[in-house]
Design a protein around this ligand. Structure first.
Ligand SMILES: C[S@@+](CC[C@H](N)C(=O)[O-])C[C@H]1O[C@@H](n2cnc3c(N)ncnc32)[C@H](O)[C@@H]1O
Length: 231
């Protein structure tokens, strides 16, 4: 039987027993830090979450007094506005101080076109917070098309009209390899064994990742977070 990933609503604070515990916890911490640094662009920043899913990261912005609009493909009922087939959002040019894009880039047919829509929505010198995968298994939503190295993601952002201010790799190659091994192994096990084995894999990932450096992870990571400024 295939094991499904945790529901999107668990993304902000995953259970300790989740097979996504370490990656989602680290992603939240990295986003919280980036928001703490970037929210200063305005005392009450406006945020557009482009590909918002179940809006898992809205609380991080709400806690800082930001206004938040979730945009997604129809028929996502959690979206405030829908993105049309050409990739355009019914929001004005320069309406956002911050565009948030978490785990969307690998799903879009044209990453450059999607990033150009991010740039259109941003004010001059507005901030794009984008996260996407380096190493991860296939996970369609509705498609799953791309993976990046840190260098490739930075190049794509520059080619799409952004200056990369900061690029962070979240979990290095050792942890990523164990995550993939865990995801290949769990579906082979009975339910109880899965519950016992998952924390072992997650602890192993934590231990292995202590040996990776930020310099290594910026090239090779399970997930990247880029902070990019509209040129
Ligand atoms: C893995 S989910 C991530 C959702 C949310 N951002 C999160 O972090 O939980 C991928 C999201 O990308 C959206 N998506 C897929 N293709 C898209 C596109 N071309 N433009 C914008 N969003 C897209 C999906 O509808 C889905 O909500």
């Amino acid at each position: 039987m295939k094991r499904s990933p945790p529901s999107i609503s668990n993304r902000l604070r995953p259970s300790l027993l989740s097979s996504r515990y370490l990656v989602l916890s680290r992603l939240r911490q990295a986003l919280e830090q980036a928001v703490a640094e970037q929210v200063l662009v305005s005392p009450t920043p406006s945020v557009v979450d482009l590909g918002c899913g179940d809006r898992p990261y809205q609380p991080i912005f709400a806690a800082r007094g930001a206004s938040y609009i979730g945009a997604d493909l129809a028929p996502n009922r959690r979206a405030d506005v829908f993105i049309d087939e050409s990739g355009r959002t019914p929001l004005g040019d320069g309406c956002a101080d911050i565009v948030l894009s978490t785990q969307v880039l690998e799903h879009v047919a044209s990453p450059t076109q999607y990033l150009q829509e991010c740039a259109r929505l941003l004010q001059p010198a507005g901030v794009l917070l984008v996260t996407t995968h380096g190493y991860w298994a296939y996970h369609p939503s509705p498609s799953d098309l791309w993976r990046w190295t840190g260098e490739g993601l930075a190049l794509l952002l520059r080619q799409s009209g952004f200056e990369v201010q900061k690029l962070t790799g979240i979990l290095g190659t050792g942890a990523a390899a164990l995550q993939l091994l865990q995801d290949a192994t769990l579906p082979l096990l009975p339910r109880l064994a899965r519950r016992l084995v998952t924390p072992v894999f997650q602890t192993g990932m934590w231990m292995l990742d202590r040996t990776s450096t930020a310099e290594q992870r910026v090239h090779d990571a399970l997930v990247y977070l880029a902070v990019a400024i509209k040129k």
